[in-house]
Design a binder for this molecule. Structure first.
Ligand code: ATP
Length: 387
């Protein structure tokens, strides 16, 4: 039965050659029963270490992990009813696919008839029934990854832990398996925690995206919330393709109004909408999808460097006068060519304002209405998640 996962101030330090390295830093997180959470972030941010602590392969230096009401922090892997599929596919080359899938059950002493029934069920779900008699060497990468998933599924785990299971597959297979894993999750009564550094996988598959930065939680929310209401410049830049554009702006405070301006555009907000901690400058984030050639309320010039056609739309890569990189996603590319200057614009409801520390202090909607917001609260974010 699917089980909720709770991490409370989980910390993991590694000591090597007398030096202590902090891999996971006081991570607190709730993953509701039966939901799909994805741990995402750049290399070294602590994703695999977190997953290995959930599997029982690493013991936290501090903090507690609970599966439902059970504190599993110090339990060995075999007592957790959690199955893990690793990044590198570890199949036994001299065993058939059937024996590979059933190996774990055999070790547990499950009788052969029950074993075969569970293998046939898992193979049917994964659409590899016709591969059961083959040897792993005869399978494609995608089929091998399905066999590895099969070995986890036959164990009927409460919790399924997947560590970059698609990283070695080509783009087309990834796209296929992404959909299959979602189908699988819909059929199974299992809580899934999935690790990837690919934000597209995270955004398309998850109920909850957990973005880490240097071992700490940057934001944990449903995918659309990370896109629309990123807690920080780091989140805004990591989530979304191409990355969010960020422009440096000067701030001038008047009695009733404050202006946020570059040399080319100026937008005014009620003075009390900007937190008092903001003094002379802010950084303004605008997603490439919300910058329009020749349109938008606030405009500036971009010198085009490269235009990438993607079929129905194109990505314009360019720079502002001060050399800031700007990307624009648009279907309006008439007259747009390298070395040309184009005017692009945005509407204020699509901008984010970041303070000096990179925290988001205003979102587009609040820029439009002038309502200030409280700084991002991670506890509130978790409870807001509708999973
Ligand atoms: P990647 O995407 O590259 O797999 P990750 O986000 O999964 O990265 P982790 O593998 O969890 O990151 O590693 C987090 C940090 O902890 C890294 O700096 C890594 O070097 C360090 N680390 C991980 N395992 C160990 C270990 N056994 N001993 C020492 N340091 C470790």
């Amino acid at each position: 039965m699917a089980t909720p996962i709770h991490l409370e101030d989980v910390r993991k330090e590694f000591s090597t050659l007398g030096e202590t390295h902090l891999a996971v830093d006081d991570l607190s997180l709730d993953v509701p029963a039966g939901s799909f959470a994805t741990l995402v972030g750049p290399s070294g941010c602590g994703k695999t270490t977190t997953l290995r602590m959930l599997a029982g392969l690493e013991i936290p230096t501090a903090g507690r992990i609970r599966f439902g009401e059970t504190d599993v922090t110090d339990l060995p892997p075999q007592e957790r009813n959690a199955a893990m599929v690793f990044q590198s596919i570890a199949l036994y080359p001299h065993m058939t696919v059937r024996d590979n899938i059933g190996y774990g059950l055999k070790v547990q002493g499950v009788p052969e008839s029950e074993r075969n029934e569970r293998i046939d069920d898992a193979a049917g779900t994964l659409q590899i029934t016709d591969q059961l008699a083959k040897m792993p060497g005869e399978l494609s990468g995608g089929q091998q990854q399905r066999v590895a998933l099969g070995s986890a599924l036959v164990q009927d785990p409460d919790i399924l832990l997947l560590d970059e299971p698609m990283s070695d597959l080509d783009a087309q297979l990834k796209a296929e398996l992404r959909v299959e894993i979602q189908h699988l999750h819909a059929e199974l009564d299992t809580t899934v925690v999935y690790v990837t550094h690919d934000q597209t996988e995270a955004m398309t598959m998850s109920d909850q995206v957990v973005l880490l930065r240097e071992g700490r939680l940057a934001q944990a929310d449903p995918p659309q919330t990370l896109f629309d209401r990123p807690a920080s410049e780091y989140v805004a830049r990591f989530i979304g393709t191409p990355s969010t554009n960020v422009l440096s702006c000067a701030v001038e405070r008047g009695e009733t109004e404050a202006t946020i301006a570059t040399g080319e555009f100026e937008l005014s907000v009620p003075a009390d909408a900007l937190p008092s901690s903001i003094d002379e400058s802010v950084r303004l984030g605008i997603r490439p999808q919300y910058l329009h050639p020749g349109g938008g309320e606030h405009r500036f010039e971009v010198t085009v460097e490269v235009v990438e056609p993607l079929g129905t739309e194109s990505v314009i890569h360019g720079r502002t006068g001060d050399g800031t990189r700007v990307d624009v996603v648009t279907s309006e590319t008439a007259g747009v060519a390298p070395n040309e200057t184009v005017t692009v614009g945005f509407d204020r409801e699509h901008a984010f304002v970041f303070d000096r520390e990179g925290e988001t202090v205003l979102f587009g909607a609040e820029l439009a209405t002038g309502d200030a917001r409280e700084p991002y609260d991670r506890t509130e974010s978790q409870s807001r998640s509708t999973l």
